[in-house]
Design a protein around this ligand. Structure first.
Ligand code: ADP
Ligand code: TRP
Length: 321
């Protein structure tokens, strides 16, 4: 089974990124062939500060490696180190009806929020289709918000296959229902753009501050509370197994549990869970050349895999003459 996914290097990482995507990706290494990359071309649609993009790319690589990505077991690279994906995007653009892109929620949402639309933002799903199809990926683990982009990828692949024969594998999105959408501090989807995140790799004080900002209702301490309506519980449960979740549920329902107390417990849980990863991340970032070397080795493997698809595509479409 070949699994592929990418993550943008823009900004810091939050629990939504970790539970919605990275954790699963890291687990996939054990059960099949994993392709994983830092989507720095994609990040350009929302970031024009070159220094920040370069730094963000190294940090994103360090994050993944610290959290358990093993470059021996997987193919792990930076998107722009395999520039073939751009040629391939152009080819696929010619199999992408305008209407397909115009219907994309993530594009429409950004426009609705007043983010100026440029061609990069509009064509973003075509580049994503190129990422996926270039490596003949079968499974694409993503958060719910990216599901439509995988469907667009399938539509493009079908159009191409209809024209030239069965060239591309049709990918399936993989969405874990348990954590399909990790809620943020205010109960909406946790997202950098909503400013409602709990971030990874924070200093203790800053982490505690974020967790204390989780929105709760005004139920008095002594009253029973409904865990399903509590933002703290919805986040806390991600760190708990079934039995621990049931125990916490009982404490909510019994009354006498204050939100301050449960927030403090959540803070300690998050801090302790990520502490070893933070240490490893700092070590990786202290040796940037070592990090670049690891990424260059990953890119070499990815280019080799990409070239197989691209050779076929160039031949079929008449780019080889
Ligand atoms: P953000 O919304 O903060 O900008 P990204 O769009 O960079 O996050 O998301 C990176 C990856 O993490 C994607 O696969 C996305 O689906 C997943 N992801 C982001 N936020 C969440 C969330 N709240 N719940 C589940 N998955 C998420
Ligand atoms: N668009 C994805 C995101 O913002 C990142 C991404 C780029 C991706 N190319 C991909 C995810 C290919 C899966 C497959 O989260």
């Amino acid at each position: 089974m070949r699994t592929l996914s990418g993550i943008q290097p823009s900004g810091s990482l939050h629990l939504g990124n970790y539970f919605g995507m990275m954790k699963k990706m890291i687990e996939y290494q054990e059960s099949g062939e994993l392709f994983c990359f830092i989507a720095n071309y994609h990040a350009m649609s929302s970031l024009s500060d070159g220094k920040a993009l370069a730094q963000g790319t190294l940090e994103a690589a360090a994050n993944f490696l610290a959290l358990g990505m093993d470059p021996e077991k997987s193919i792990f690279w930076v998107q722009s180190d395999v520039p073939e994906v751009q040629e391939f995007t152009w080819v696929l653009s010619n199999f992408t009806p305008m209407g397909l892109l115009e219907r994309c929620h993530s594009y429409k949402d950004k426009v609705a929020r007043g983010i100026g639309a440029n061609h990069g933002l509009f064509a973003y799903p075509v580049l994503m289709a190129a990422d996926i199809l270039m490596f003949q990926s079968e499974k694409v683990p993503v958060g719910k918000d990216q599901k439509q982009h995988v469907e667009v990828t399938r539509d493009i692949a079908i159009k191409f296959n209809n024209e030239y024969g069965d060239i591309f594998t049709l990918p399936e999105p993989v969405i874990d229902d348990e954590v399909a959408t990790v809620p943020g501090l205010d109960g909406q989807k946790m997202s950098k753009s909503y400013g409602n995140t709990i971030d990874l790799f924070l200093e203790e004080k800053a982490l505690r501050k974020q967790i204390m900002r989780i929105v709760t209702d005004a139920t008095p301490v002594e009253d029973p509370k409904d865990p399903d309506k509590c933002n703290v519980f919805q986040i806390y449960r991600l760190f708990l197994d079934k039995e621990q979740q049931a125990q916490l549920r009982n404490r909510y329902q019994a009354g006498g549990l204050g939100y301050g107390e449960v927030k403090q417990e959540l803070f300690e849980t998050v801090r302790d869970f990520f502490a070893p990863f933070t240490e490893r991340r700092n070590e990786l970032l202290a040796d940037k050349d070592g990090l670049r070397k690891t990424l260059a080795q990953g890119a070499e493997k990815a280019r080799w895999a990409a070239s197989k698809t691209l050779r076929k595509v160039r031949k079929k479409t008449g780019l080889v003459y």
